[in-house]
Write a protein that binds this ligand. Sequence first.
Ligand code: PLP
Length: 441
Amino acid sequence: MKPWLQGTQCVGEKGQLEIGGCSTFQIAYDYGTPVHVIDEKFARQRMLEYVEAFEDSYGYSHVSFAGKSFLCSAWCYVLEQEGMGLDVCSQGELHVARKAGFPPEAITVHGCAKDREFLEAAIDYRVGRIVIDNLDEIRVISNLADQFDVKQGVLIRVVPGVDTHTQAKISTGAPNTKFGCHIVGGIATEGVREILDSPNLVFGGLHSHIGSSITDFQGFYDQIDEVLQFARAIEKDFKAEIPEVNIGGGLGIAYLPDEQVPTITEFVEAICSHFKASLEKYEVASKPQLSAEPGRSIIAPAGITLQKVCVVKKIPDGTVHVILDGGLSNNPRVVMYDAKYHMFLANRPQAQHDMRVTVSGSHCETDLIREDVLVPHDIRPGDIMVVQCTGAYGHVMSSNYNGTCRPAVILVNDGAANLIVQREEFDDLVYRDSVPARLLK
Ligand SMILES: Cc1ncc(COP(=O)(O)O)c(C=O)c1O
């Protein structure tokens, strides 16, 4: 069988899957399973592809990485080396960035329910921009900026009212969304007015994000049209310039071999060309910087998860169940979004994968990962399954469900396999516990 490979993956001399010049079997042996592995070279290539495509197609642009898709200290260093900005959507993500010394001016702060403590931490670190999600935030940020004696850069997140028809749980720009300030009804205009009236705030421009895993460009085109018409209205109403238009993230990837999806370059070229045409069409006078904040499309294909085959079981109806260690605790996307992943054996990828099985995780629900997976007929406990394209929303969504220790994350590059997030130990499962004295009697 010819396995479906990504990035630096290849079949090594020992007939095992290699990634970043490292044996996956060795990684599984050294660090235990499940384990997340990130192909550093491939992820860097994808960042560069974004940056270069924007540079070539529009010029005045900026790309930030959406930290919610994957984040840890080492990753902050990689992002900084690639000249990427970083989006954080919580005080916790900001903490990780700050601990790693990520340059504050390259941080964009998101969140649909930022409390005062989070905003204070952000301004205290002197983050470059805060994306305003509701009008109440404007007053809080303005007060804090006054207190810290800074002029705080802000963008306003507007609702373009575009339904992307992606998974409902990750469609975020539709008319009924909880995110951002609606253009329809005048909230967004009111927000811009308040920002412009606040002496401590610097109006940085408009932000919008329509959702994730999107492979059809029409939603992005509609988003751009709505936002640029609003930009024109702002220019007219307030004689204001629009310094930046940020279109968020959202580009999808191929999770399965037969899925046809646009490349990063195709996406950026299409977006930039539509953006330029719409600037003209709606007579926007400003020359805004065009920014994007992708997550999934950079890191998803650069990550794999290695999971051990624990049980192979044929049940009376003839179904063969293959049960892996881990499951929804290291990747809840299957349960949350019906996500489908490609899998094959990492320790013998070239073996004939000719038996159809149902692959599940080990958790206390069906924890189905996928039906109709082809595996070698002699698959057995101890084999290592590779689950492809788990780099995004895997590690960051992992949990301790069923008393599971969250997996390690290994960064591989040119033959080096480095631990960047340790595997949890059993004592980590009780370190937050406390037993009241009255129970100790
Ligand atoms: C505001 C914002 N920006 C960027 C992203 C990244 O999206 P994606 O990982 O699909 O590129 C998200 C994720 O949903 C988001 O909510």
